[in-house]
Write a protein that binds this ligand. Structure first.
Ligand SMILES: N=CN[C@@H](CCC(=O)O)C(=O)O
Length: 343
């Protein structure tokens, strides 16, 4: 866990807006004490959920996307600290472990150009480096019997989550992905568009369901590849559920669960599936925030739910006056997950 910058009790105090008569998450969430070893501390800790930030957008840069997702962690933790601790959800169920230290890597990519073939290869190599750190951290958290809640970052980090979960469980795991894109693109060097195909190819991902693909943004070649492996990779499209109404949202969730529920699974949420959320592949058409909250609540309920990853939100790409909203949304999603998972 050397690559984690711990979130201290002082950090938490600084971002918690105290009000008399109220108790905020920031007053109740657990932090790792200064001199303590994170793994040893987590072992002794009752809280089940471990919050980790990955403030990077290198995978997005390596995918010719718009950087900005590195800012989601800061925005999210500020919102989470100010959620009310009450009978519905308790801050003490969460350990704020901290954020992955990607300072050097983020500095290195500042002047890299996707259009330069050498730079592109450097970007992919840095993504691989981050993959190793992410999988190591996720492995340790799950091995301790805890549930990671990961705030990205780019969707490239699905790879590290899946690998870490598979290594901790000692077998490949499944994943459900709420996303406009498959992220099952060719193995051309790591980036945010191929986290799942790499995890599948390397034997860490067993079964994969993509919920709400956007038909306009899924290539024929990806659809052809998935068709050949439909015993292990399935999807529905946003267009078929919400536009043409050929499929029912709730029935689709039930079918997707049946597909992945034969084993442990990760819940992957790409915020680019939601209209008007500032992110690299921002859209005006997609499932509503309420549908996403119902989705998380539904999939978190099952004992096979192994981790939650929320990614691609980019407050830095949003309007200055309302750049707290992505963090606030992430706060809702995390409490939906905990409320449902903890029953
Ligand atoms: N994680 C996002 N992946 C998408 C991005 C699409 C875009 O930038 O337009 C993908 O590679 O397909």
């Amino acid at each position: 866990m050397e690559k984690i910058i711990p979130f201290t009790i002082n950090d938490l105090a600084k971002i918690t807006n105290h009000r008399s008569g109220e108790i905020k998450f920031g007053e109740k969430m657990i932090t790792v004490p200064k001199e303590a070893d994170p793994i040893a501390f987590l072992k002794t800790c009752d809280a089940k959920y471990v919050l980790v930030g990955i403030p990077e957008d290198i995978g997005i840069r390596a995918n010719f996307g718009r950087p900005g997702a590195a800012s989601a962690w800061d925005s999210a933790i500020k919102s989470i600290a100010n959620i009310q601790h009450n009978r519905f959800c308790k801050g003490s169920q969460l350990v704020v472990l901290g954020q992955l230290n990607v300072t050097e890597e983020m500095k290195e990519v500042e002047h890299l150009d996707f259009n330069d073939i050498d730079d592109r290869s450097k970007l992919s190599q840095l993504v691989e480096k981050i993959d190793k750190d992410v999988s190591h951290i996720i492995f340790n958290i799950i091995k301790l019997g805890k549930t990671p809640i990961v705030i990205g970052g780019g969707h490239n980090n699905a790879y590290g989550n899946i690998k870490g979960a598979a290594l901790a469980k000692g077998k490949p795991v499944n994943a459900i992905n709420f996303d406009a894109h498959s992220d099952f693109r060719i193995l051309e060097g790591r980036h945010s568009g191929n986290g799942f195909s790499y995890a599948f190819e390397e034997g860490f991902l067993k079964k994969y369901f993509i919920f709400g693909l956007h038909e306009n943004y899924t290539s024929k070649s990806v659809l052809d590849i998935i068709k050949k492996i439909e015993d292990r990779v399935r999807y529905n499209t946003y267009d078929s559920v919400n536009i043409r109404k050929e499929k029912d949202f709730n029935q689709e969730m039930a079918q997707a669960l049946e597909f992945i529920n034969d084993d442990f699974y990760g819940i992957e949420i790409d915020l680019d599936a939601i209209p008007n959320i500032a992110c690299s592949a921002m859209t005006l058409s997609g499932f509503s925030v309420e549908q996403l909250r119902q989705f998380i609540s539904f999939f978190a309920k099952n004992k096979n739910a192994t981790y939650l990853h929320i990614c691609e939100g980019a407050p830095d790409l949003g309007e200055d006056k309302n750049n707290h909203l992505i963090g606030k949304l992430i706060g809702y999603l995390i409490t939906d997950f905990i409320k449902s998972n903890n029953q």
